[in-house]
Design a protein around this ligand. Structure first.
Ligand code: GTP
Ligand code: MG
Length: 418
């Protein structure tokens, strides 16, 4: 139950190249002047300091970048599509699934880290581009390339397995010190700890990472105290140890207030597994209240631990319980697949000719996106393409493959006769 989201992203398509001719008085067909299509916008992910959770992406939907504009006559190039920048919290990893394996596309650890996750399509070339010494009036142009489309997963990278949360002065630093080798500052005033402090807790031969997460107070979700820093860190743990100061006026009210605060931050936080712990049981006034508190918590269905972080009493049992909870979570998460690094495939495989009966199919990047002008005959089309077919070696490949006069040749949307 970590902060996760699955969305579909679509980069912009490239605009189409134009087929156009200069029109001048007395010259029916001037030179070609069709402009290129614009580049499609990319989909970019960026770690943004103002984003704390993936909440806004939990509703599955498609996020698309703008497509490039089509080219036009008078050598006018299409406008480039605007990139779509998707803001995510620092610590987000972007993965995609391919053949049952999760592939890591980007690891956006620090504020400002960014990665292009879906590349916009290239704009198609206008007919101006296809003018040669033998073909002064090219009637072909290129369609824009499709923008990449992907189903991706976003996930916050964890800072720790378990987080200690609770009012300032509850004894969070003291508990972390008692349970691990971490040495956070301990003091009798609130907000002693300002940044999360991590420690490794050993339980028998197992261990887990425990963090003190400071800053949870009433109104924190509105920015009081350390405000959103709390949310940012709390999101990145699997479970909470909710530490209550046993010597406070009403420990039960403290628990309810802070759990309510968690839900106001993000319902997701309130749903994380939580162990409720009353601290400072070494103090006589807390010891006196123990039975009353136990029954009050029990009435709410909560089995509270009673510990003294200062003396260490009850701490080993608490850590054992935390490990149990973590292990039960990891059983549920066991189907999470290991992550491999995503390596983009080279985009331009070579030219290929495949025979299908009497017909031949050419697959050649770039060539596949060429389209003929309106009303162009198959023979005229072949003539228009001839220069490219020769240059790319397609003609000789067709010959080798056994193409005979009259055989149909397909490439992209085009068909002509050999
Ligand atoms: N008697 C007693 N005092 C404790 C216990 N745990 C912590 N304290 C005292 O409570 C005060 C606050 O302890 P910290 O561990 O700094 O509390 P914290 O929750 O980390 O506080 P912040 O970092 O300011 O949010 C200190 O004076 C501790 O000595 C305990 O089990 N018993
Ligand atoms: Mg502290």
């Amino acid at each position: 139950m970590f902060d996760k989201a699955e969305i579909r992203i679509k980069a912009g398509n490239g605009g189409n190249g134009a087929i156009g001719f200069r029109r001048e008085k007395y010259i029916p067909y001037g030179g070609p002047d069709g402009g290129n299509g614009g580049q499609g916008g990319d989909v970019i992910f960026r770690a943004d300091e103002n984003v704390d959770t993936l909440r806004r992406y939990r509703q599955r939907r498609t996020h698309s970048a703008e497509s490039g504009g089509d080219g036009a006559g008078a050598k006018k190039h299409g406008k480039n599509g605007v990139d779509l920048v998707i803001s995510v919290p620092p610590g987000t990893i972007v993965t995609t699934e391919e053949d049952g394996t999760r592939l890591l596309i980007a690891d956006l650890e620090k504020i400002g880290d960014a990665a292009i996750v879906a590349k916009g399509g290239r704009g198609g070339l206008g007919n101006t581009h296809y003018k040669t010494s033998t073909n002064q009036s090219p009637r072909i142009a290129q369609r824009g390339e499709e923008g990449e489309e992907k189903e991706i997963q976003l996930e916050m990278r964890l800072i720790a397995d378990a987080g200690i949360i609770g009012y300032p002065n509850a004894g969070k630093s003291t508990l972390l010190t008692a349970a691990s080798a971490a040495k956070p500052k301990i003091a009798s005033y609130p907000f002693t700890t300002l940044e999360p402090v991590l420690g490794v807790v050993e339980v028998g031969t197992d261990n887990f990472v425990l963090a003190e997460i400071p800053g949870l107070i009433e109104g924190a979700h509105e920015g009081r105290g350390l405000g959103h820093d709390f949310l940012r860190h709390a999101m990145r743990t699997k479970m909470f140890i909710h530490l209550i100061n046993g010597s406070s006026e009403s420990p039960v009210k403290d628990l309810m207030t802070l759990n309510n605060e968690l839900a106001l931050f993000d319902p997701f936080l309130a749903q994380k597994p939580q162990i409720v712990v009353v601290n400072k049981i070494d103090l006589p006034e807390v010891q006196e209240q123990r039975e009353l508190l136990e029954s009050e918590f029990a009435a709410g269905g909560i089995k509270a631990h009673f510990i003294s972080a200062a003396t260490g009493s009850g701490v080993p049992a608490l850590m054992k319980e935390a490990l149990n909870v973590l292990q039960s979570i990891s059983v549920k998460e066991a189907e999470v697949k290991p992550i491999k690094i995503f390596r983009p495939q080279p985009k331009e495989p070579g030219v290929k000719v495949t025979r299908r009966g009497d017909e031949y199919v050419i697959s050649a990047p770039g060539l596949e996106r060429i389209r003929g002008g309106v009303g162009i005959t198959p023979n005229a089309l072949r003539w228009q393409l001839n220069y490219l077919l020769k240059k790319m070696g397609v003609n000789s490949m067709l010959e080798k493959a056994g193409a005979q006069p009259g055989d149909k040749i397909h490439c992209g949307d085009m068909t002509w006769e050999w």
